[in-house]
Design a binder for this molecule. Structure first.
Ligand code: PGA
Length: 248
């Protein structure tokens, strides 16, 4: 089964109404490879606005975080029900910036993932190793442990996209090589096969994230286990279109 190429744009804590309008209109007017699924993840205050601007059916909108309850006394959190209510379809969970600055741990991320999926919101689940973990040669153990916590709670992975994002590559300009990414993505797929069966492993998309840009995206083109990108900085720029079109 061919996996639909997936490109997510993680705007992080950036953007204004005017800059987001510019980004979405650029995508509305660009010639995008029609076989690519695109998900724009603006800051929560702009979710509704972003949904209202999108004109292409291949482009949808996602949040950058969501809590494990749909409503209640949880000041400052995002609700998956509200994300759905404004027409967004996805949420990024487990991003290393959430783990690092907001002390989210593997357990919480697994619980949030299970809850979002149970409410019908797709999850872009981020996993990746730090530089120290890479140097210690523990990359696979680290990503497998993060996945295992989610596997313990989630049996249906049809609405999950995994983003392999080495922490040392995020925002540094230093992307993983296509060869290294392919090797790790392949191992992640083998792990999924072992834990969840061959069908789920073959159907689950595994994105690469970490300094992906308009120039290097194309160098991943012949890597069979790289099913797209999760893009931070470059998703705010015109080169985002080149990343979306990097397979065509
Ligand atoms: P970057 O961020 O593309 O700016 O490195 C990727 C991410 O954090 O998802």
């Amino acid at each position: 089964m061919a996996r639909t190429f997936f490109v997510g744009g993680n705007f992080k804590l950036n953007g204004t109404k005017s800059s987001i309008k510019e980004i979405v209109e650029r995508l509305n007017n660009a010639k995008l490879d029609p076989k690519v699924e695109v998900v724009l993840c603006p800051p929560a205050p702009y979710l509704d606005y972003t949904v209202s601007l999108v004109k292409k059916s291949q482009v949808s909108v996602g949040a950058q975080n969501a809590y494990l309850k749909a409503s209640g006394a949880f000041t400052g959190e995002n609700s998956v029900d509200q994300i759905k209510d404004v027409g967004a379809k996805w949420v990024i969970l487990g991003h290393s910036e959430r783990r690092q600055y907001f002390r989210e741990d593997d357990q919480l991320i697994a619980e949030k993932t299970a809850f979002a999926l149970s409410q019908g919101v797709g999850v872009i689940l981020c996993i990746g190793e730090t530089l120290d973990q890479k140097k210690a040669g523990t990359t696979l153990q680290v990503v497998e442990r993060k996945l295992q916590d989610v596997i313990d709670k989630v049996k249906d992975w049809s609405n999950v996209v995994i983003a392999y994002e080495p922490v040392w590559a995020i925002g540094t300009g230093l992307a993983a090589t296509p060869e290294d990414a392919q090797e790790i993505h392949h191992s992640i797929r083998e792990f999924l096969a072992k834990k969840l069966g061959e069908k789920t492993a073959q159907e689950t998309r595994i994105l690469y994230g970490g300094s992906a840009n308009g120039k290097n995206a194309v160098t991943f083109k012949d890597k069979p286990d790289v099913d797209g990108f999760l893009v931070g900085g470059a998703s705010l720029k015109p080169e985002f279109v080149d990343i979306i079109n990097s397979r065509s």
